[in-house]
Design a protein around this ligand. Sequence first.
Ligand code: RUQ
Ligand code: CUA
Length: 653
Amino acid sequence: MKKLSSILSIAFLSLLMVSCGDDDTKTSKSGGAMAANVAERVYVAPGEHDEFYAFISGGYSGNLTVYGLPSGRMLKEIPVFSQFPTSGYGYSEETKPMLNTSFGFVPWGDSHHPDISQTNGETDGRWVFINENNTPRIARISLETFETEEIIEIPHSAGNHSSSFVTENTEYVVAGTRFSVPYPQEDVAIENMKGNFKGPLTFIAVDDEGHMKIDFQLKMPGFNYDLSHPGRGDSHGWFFFTTYNTEEAHTLQEVNASQNDKDFIAAVNWKKIQEYVANGGGEEIDAEYAHNVYDHETHAATSTMMKKVLTVDPREVEGAVYFMPTPKSPHGCDVDPSGEYIVGNGKLSTDLTVHSFSKMLKAIENKEFDGEAYGIPILNFESTLAGTVKEGGLGPLHTEFDGKGNAYTTFFISSEVVKWKLGTWEVLDRQPSYYSVGHLMIPGGNSRNPEGKYLVSMNKITKDRYLPTGPELEHSAQLYDISGDKMELLLDFPTHGEPHYAAGISADKVKANSRKIYRLDENKHKYAALTEGDTKMVRNGNEVHVYMTTVRSHFSPDNLEGIKVGDKVYFHVTNLEQDFDVPHGFAMIGANTSELLIMPGQTKTVTWEPKKEGVWPFYCTDFCSALHQEMQGYVRVSGKNSNVPLKWTLDGE
Ligand code: RUQ
Ligand code: CUA
């Protein structure tokens, strides 16, 4: 196996050498009429809207970026797991609790897999979920406000990678651990890993409002759980997880975790376990994890530390978990729109292994087992095998579906997207990607009803695709038209951070519900000033609360006195605008935090600890009107022991 991986890396290197800089391989060279035709197909005229939203993970930016398809125009970056000075997310007092964890305040995250909520197996446009890998968490983002509304930490997990995929009615969003770890955590010798570490898979129930609650944690053997997808149709009620490192190696995994010819896809009958826990099954154990919720009425988040989690031993629930042997350290685990086929992408292989759900059920019924792993039955490989896609390419990673009986798989090493037919397993088409594609996305491609018009590939290496920008280039996404027999590459566009995965949905399902303003008469923020008459300053020891408002083009108050060195000043700024797309900003000189960007009807708070006497200005950061540059004010800061009384005015009043 050591040999195989070095062969693969040589193949990969030589591929890069051939393709980079070799102009003949670039489709952008396709000239004349063809190029014009391609341009038309991605052109969205000024003022027109795109047909699809694409929510592309920001990887190590910790955020989620929103693009329009087919134009590839970036519409928004939504802060999720990372502080975001552009809006003040994670800096304002209201949003800091969103980034609270059992490890304290964690201002950064590594987000990988967005997934859109579903109803009856179709994307419904209510929320996007996205996982955080490093400090295991799942976030829920509202598609009404395009803001992060909730983050739940996943206890006992490490490297929350096989996440955050949702079941067909958003009953659950799942979080599987990538690293196996002591469960619960304890101080043990690393070399004692084998047989002792565990791989918890966490099932988080989602209610009608979207609120998340950990229902149970399945205490699986200590393998690495890489990716997952829910069953649908007949297989609704099951969840499938790829595993690797079934060797349970704790060092030099590039060699030691590639020893077994086959790892597993774990098939989990969550309906059975749901029933089991509903009837009092499972064991409550200690845990510590944060549950952070943002409220659009108070415009503020709260963080609650949870103390218990329900753990389930898979061996206690008869018939709930099986292993399907799958060759070569499978990465992606994808389920076709009918729910019958489960595709395992063995990343060290050239072939794809496709399991059949109905054959799996039969094999379970007939007890066609090949032994067991830690008490979990291993199904016979041939018994569940639906077929093999032969020689698709090198290094398969992920598969999506077009709803017309075709599947599309990315091959990292041979750097291509390959189209093949479900059922016959024949390869129909292949197109190069530039370069080294990871995930791909077809809007609705992880649902019963994919909208198979476009495919977006998300590539790990950019090289010569754009103007050079120093040693690092933004990652590259590519848009393919998949409406015909052959895929056609239409467009390159840069993405931000690392676009691991994306979720797409037709714009019609989202745009009508998009929020335009927050209503002032619904603002329940504790420190809101809903009219200019309500503005004031209140001293409480060395804390000063400023109730401030903004409207085009002034702050009220804009002259503040009576603040002293050593005070802690809270500026609670309410934006009185009730007009779409008119935020105001607030920036205070010397504040050790970011500005605020306050949406119409919203209240946000920034803290400032003045260090020096003087008269210090603040201003609006968002160009809001012709008199934006006049939107400013002064704070007088006096000495520690001064007797200057609190005084707040606007135009002398
Ligand atoms: S991963 S490139 Cu983090 Cu989804 Cu496969
Ligand atoms: Cu308000 Cu600029």
